[in-house]
Design a protein around this ligand. Sequence first.
Ligand code: ZN
Length: 352
Amino acid sequence: MKYRYPSLLALIGFLCGSLAATAQGSFTVGTATANPGQKASGFIEVPAGVDAPTAIPVSVVRGAKPGPVLALVSGAHGTEYASIIAVERLIQALDPAQVAGTVILVPLVNIQSFEQKVPHVNPVDGKSMNRFYPGKPDGTQTERASWLITKQVVERCDYLIDYHGGDLDENLRSYSYWPKTGNAKQDATTHDMVLAFGLDHIIVWSDRPKDPNASRYLDNTANTRGKPAIAVEAGYSGTVQPEDVQALVSGTLSVMRYLKMLPGPATMVEHPVWFGKIDTVASEQPGIFYPLVQRGTYVEPGMKIGYVTDYFGTTIYEAHAPAAGVVLYICGVPSMKKGDTVANIGEITTNP
Ligand SMILES: [Zn+2]
C-alpha cells in the first residue's frame, strides 16, 4: 500500500498533463501568460547576481487550436537590427485565432547591446550572448540570461529559430544554417525547415558541440535537446532594409505552415546553394580596411578581396580568397585590428 499512492498520483498527474496538452490551457513564459486564442507580453526577469539584473521582453501567442510550440529568438546581438525588427513585426502580425499551437517570441535578448549600440557582445560583461549556452544561474549577466532562456524557452519548445544578421561592421548576404547532427529524423526536419524558410544560401554545419551541457549556441542548445532548430541571418551593417525584414517574416510564416501551425502549404527553396565549408580570412595587420568585393560576390582562389593600409595610406596587408566560393560577409567598416575577420567565404558543395 505504501508504494501505491505515489504511483497512483503519478498516473493522475500524467492524465491531467495529457488532458491539459490537448485542451490547450494557458501558457506562461516569464511574466507573460496567454490563454488559448490570446497573445500576451511580459519579461523574462534575470535577477541581479555578480552584476546588474536585466529583463528580456517575451511574447506568447497561444493559438486557439492545439499544436506544437515554436520559439523565435532574436537580438542576441543587439545591433543586428533587421532580425530584431522582423521578430517584433511577427509579434504584431500573428493572429492567435489562426495559429495551431503556441509561439514564444523573444525579440531582443541583448537589450544593453541595442541601447548602447555595442556590436557582438553584451556590454555588461563583454560576452557574446550566443556563445555561453546553456548558461548558468550564478554566472555573469550573459550566462544567467542564457540559463533562463534554456529553462523557459528552449526546454518548453518543440522547434526553434534563432535570428541573426550582419552586425554593425558586417556587410552580409542573407543565409541560413542547416545543423547536421547525425540524428537522421531530426536532420530531415531541420533540412525541411531551412528549405521552408526560403533563404537560398545555406551553410551545412556539422561540427557543432554534441554535449547538451556545453552547447554554446542557442540553436545547438535546442538541437542537443532533441528539438529541431535552425539559425537564419539577414540584414547588414546596421541597416533595416524592407526586403531583409520581409524575408525573415515570410520565412517564419512558411516554416509555421510546414509545421502545420498555420493553414496552407509552405514555400520551399527549389534551388538551394549549399556551403560545406566556411573560410575565415583574418587580417594580419591593424589599420584601415578597404573592401574590393561585395557581399554575395563569387570569388576565385587567390582573388584579392580587400587590403589594409597603415594610418598614412601605405598598403601593409592584402587579403586574398583562399578558395573558390561566395563572400557571405565582408567587413563593412574601415576599422581593422590584427586578427579581425576580413571576410567569410562559403565553399559550395553539391553533396550537402
Ligand atoms: Zn548574431
